[in-house]
Design a binder for this molecule. Sequence first.
Ligand SMILES: Cc1cc2nc3c(=O)[nH]c(=O)nc-3n(C[C@H](O)[C@H](O)[C@H](O)COP(=O)(O)OP(=O)(O)OC[C@H]3O[C@@H](n4cnc5c(N)ncnc54)[C@H](O)[C@@H]3O)c2cc1C
Length: 473
Amino acid sequence: MRLSTPDKKMINPLSKEYETVIVGGGIAGLCTAEIFARSGIKTLLVEKAEKLCMETSGLHHEWFHFGSLYSIFPNNQFLRTMVGGIDDLLLYYRDFESMNLRIDGCGKLLTVAKSSPWIRKDNLKYVITTTDDEDFSLSNPDNSSNFMYKMGMKFLWNKAIKQFVARHNRFYKYDWRKGCSSHYIPKAGWLDYSEKFINKFDDSEISLNPETHVSMESYDSPMYALHIISDLTRSFLSYGGEIRTATEFEEYQNKRDGKRVILSDGSVVKTKRLILASGNNLAKQTKNKIKVKSVVSPLIIVYPRVCSSNVVRLTPFMDQTINHLKHSINGKDYSLIGGGYFANKDDNEAIEKAGFDLLNKAKAIFSRVADAEVVHLYYGTKTEIISSVKKRNYLYRIEKVDNDVYVTVPGKFSLAFSLAVNTFLKIMGHYPNTYVTYDKEMDVSQYVGLTKHKALIDRLENVSHELKVETVY
Ligand SMILES: Cc1cc2nc3c(=O)[nH]c(=O)nc-3n(C[C@H](O)[C@H](O)[C@H](O)COP(=O)(O)OP(=O)(O)OC[C@H]3O[C@@H](n4cnc5c(N)ncnc54)[C@H](O)[C@@H]3O)c2cc1C
């Protein structure tokens, strides 16, 4: 791609030279920048906001996906990628003192206690719908899924759940000292199935029929995004990485001796290669060279907390799913509620509907939402590189769009670690350094802030009843 020089703009003389410039200081850009810097590559990270990880990477649930939820998909690829993410965490991130995932003497995974841990020890629990639930009723007018899909699911759901349970059993049986979990865990078969994982569902805080639901432990956990982002930033800076916040990437030019990257402050930066990790700006920045889909999803913050467990309702009908994560900041306990609701980024009506559908579902399932002091609905935009407009893609992707120009999306916050390792491998042709040493005391508060839900609850003082719906997304 050849782009023209911005006309009439004052351009500073060539200010600096880098081997890699990364655009976008979300979790994808930050993780990738850190892995390049620790492997001895002179790297610049450019972010248009005042701080890092304030867009999608600051708006999410803080749910660390290890593949537990996504093992419900029949396709093995989701699970393979997500458990492969655990192998990458254990190999490339074990030197971060607060990366608290460890392997014990018997090869089992465990989350150890740390003062600023990356991962919380409070696993999510599934409430799984059985086929005699209302969801599957062919005459239920509330359910928008079509008749044929429901008919199909009535036959397939039990089989899907059995495979889901079998995969969980393989996960728990796995000896993590062997590495390469992604070759073993997804291949679970009938011999791995055991009913011992399935329990009776009974929870007075959740208005779901105990006769038509069962419960099961998940191996996904909530995380502390702030601790992860702070540690990655410390490591990046300790290895000589440079960050320019409040600076926007405008365009790049191909020259015989590399690239010129033009920034909004008028400076021009020379680099060998450019990585675009700019989330929902990717389509524009690559002049639509890649197929990108941006979907908008609502989340609800409720204070005080309405349920004492981290829970997800599993059903084959996306519009009937709901999840609840409990969070806390400075002694204030609150709930974060999401579900399978999303809409196309250009369809305002559908976005509004997704928000209100989630709000109604949250009120129906967690009765204490109605009396909560604060109910705050907001939206986040998720970008996916897709092969078909109809399909969602929850996995990371790395694409070459020009000579020495690459585009990356993580699919999930928790896949950014594998994304970084594999971006490095794809571009450099070898694996990055596995070890990290960094200044653990470095103050990075100028670059790092709280996730949106934590910041909102942290600011609360003497609230009375408040329902706020954000319309900006
Ligand atoms: C509602 C919601 C809930 C989610 N929950 C979870 C969850 O619980 N767990 C999980 O693992 N994943 C979750 N996800 C997915 C996850 O949040 C995203 O996959 C991930 O944060 C995307 O990271 P990113 O770095 O690609 O994008 P972003 O975080 O959006 O980063 C892109 C960055 O590029 C910057 N940028 C854009 N254009 C320019 C430019 N021209 N110049 C300079 N900078 C630029 C932006 O300011 C931004 O900081 C959720 C997503 C949504 C929408």
